[in-house]
Design a protein around this ligand. Structure first.
Ligand code: FAD
Length: 404
């Protein structure tokens, strides 16, 4: 009953009955929005749930992005609502690096242009229901769907190292828990990690006057962009606009349907090479000389002591700090999507926690699709970034239009 009232309130009863197809998209980040825009263009009845761009709105407002201007387009079927078009329409010059503020303003413009009807309610439970799905919402409503696209991003997959699992949140947190670091002024903070979010969190902590040390378990690397910078328009020989990964390889990973055909071994090693931990070079002046960098070291033990944390490091040294921030990234895992009922999760074939997907981004459960970082095992590193949002949007829409 609840399902019918919701479906009918958004789409005419007649329309739903003619197509007998309702797709539910769970998530309203770049991947959910892109898929909804593609389905809408084909008049496929679609319900999209989630808070628009929520993950990005929680990031520190003063942040800059690792991606380049050309690689931050949220896909739309006509390829007309790009960041470049937004910039032209609002007299915003191409930025390098692109600020989070500009990207959020662009996503708002995109939303207005594609005019999606987003239901900002969260999905509480997803279960199989005959040949379709039953979707329960947090506000008590429920809907039935013939197809479901999972687009809930990486927020449910923070990597928490073993040493940190028993410690309270006042002493240890993940970088995604902070939209600012003001509470850490004058505090001793260790940031763990070697990627962009570790470096950027450490820089933001230094900005507010924290006493910071960044500790990484391997070498601390800067992304080498010399070839990109000095080749002018010829840079497209080495890097496509999607711009993921090192020169040359980035052309291969720009085509997710080609990437999908590689052997599992090659896919895994190429993915790891393209997203290896390193920071954008424009961050360098905000890091070097401002705080301690400790490479090739890891925390072997952490214990509560004197209201803070006592850390033992792999090089035999110790630290007494007020807080540890984990800039340790994310590890996608279907099992962490607890809103999917355990029985349904179990039916999804997985490799290393990732769902195994066919060319349509469909899992081993018919008509259950996965997008974003969860699709990286089959479709490569491009799925971890906004620039890959075209791929599941197009494939899922084609699959539905073909009635497969
Ligand atoms: C610090 C940081 C910096 C980054 N910088 C870049 C960058 O420069 N360039 C880049 O391309 N990528 C960057 N990324 C990666 C970025 O997260 C992805 O590119 C992008 O957000 C993936 O989009 P998505 O739609 O898969 O997920 P998200 O953007 O995470 O969206 C998830 C959506 O799911 C919704 N949701 C969650 N749970 C539920 C539920 N139960 N029911 C309904 N809705 C739900 C949320 O409300 C949200 O709308 C960065 C990530 C981090 C952590």
């Amino acid at each position: 009953m609840a399902m019918l009232s919701l479906t009918i309130s958004r789409y005419s009863k007649e329309f739903v009955e003619v197509t007998q197809e309702t797709t539910v998209i769970i998530g309203a980040g770049p991947y959910g929005l892109a898929a909804a825009a593609h389905l809408k263009a084909k008049n496929i009845p679609t319900l999209i749930f989630g808070k628009p761009m929520e993950f990005w709105k929680k990031m520190p407002p003063g942040m800059f992005l690792k991606s380049t201007w050309a690689s931050l387009n949220i896909a739309d079927p006509q390829n007309v609502y790009t960041l470049g078009k937004f910039g032209k329409a609002h007299q915003i010059a191409k930025q390098d690096p692109v600020s989070l503020k500009t990207f959020l303003a662009y996503s708002q413009w995109y939303l207005e242009k594609v005019a999606l009807d987003i239901d900002q309610t969260f999905v509480k439970a997803l279960a199989r229901d005959g040949r379709g799905f039953h979707v329960e919402l947090e506000d008590g409503r429920s809907v039935k769907a013939s197809r479901v696209l999972i687009a809930t991003g990486v927020a449910l997959f923070p990597c928490i190292p073993e040493f940190a699992r028993h410690l309270p949140p006042e002493l240890i947190s993940h970088s995604q828990d902070h939209s600012d670091f003001l509470d850490f002024q004058g505090k001793r903070v260790v940031v763990i990690g070697r990627g962009q979010s570790a470096f950027e969190s450490a820089a933001l902590l230094a900005d507010v006057g924290a006493d910071v040390e960044l500790i990484g378990r391997g070498p601390l690397l800067w992304i080498d962009r010399r070839l990109y910078r000095y080749t002018g328009i010829a840079r497209r020989i080495f890097y496509p606009p999607s711009d993921i990964g090192p020169a040359g390889v980035s052309w291969l990973v720009a085509f997710p349907q080609v990437f999908r055909r590689l052997s599992a071994k090659n896919r895994v090693s190429l993915d790891a090479r393209c997203v290896r931990p390193a920071a954008a070079p424009w961050l360098r002046p905000r890091v070097e000389g401002r705080f301690t960098l400790t490479p090739n070291t890891c925390i072997v033990e952490a214990a509560e002591q004197q209201g803070g944390l006592h850390l033992k490091l792999s090089d035999g040294s110790t630290r007494q700090v007020d807080h540890v921030v984990l800039g340790t990234g994310y590890q996608p895992d279907v099992e962490a999507l607890t809103y999917i009922e355990p029985a349904l999760r179990q039916q999804v074939r997985k490799e290393n926690g990732y769902p195994v997907l066919n060319q349509w981004f469909e899992s081993s459960v018919p008509h259950l699709y996965f997008s974003g970082a969860l699709a990286a095992y089959n479709f490569g590193p491009i799925c971890r970034f906004v620039t890959g949002s075209f791929a599941p949007a197009r494939q899922k829409t084609r699959h539905t239009v073909l009635g497969l």
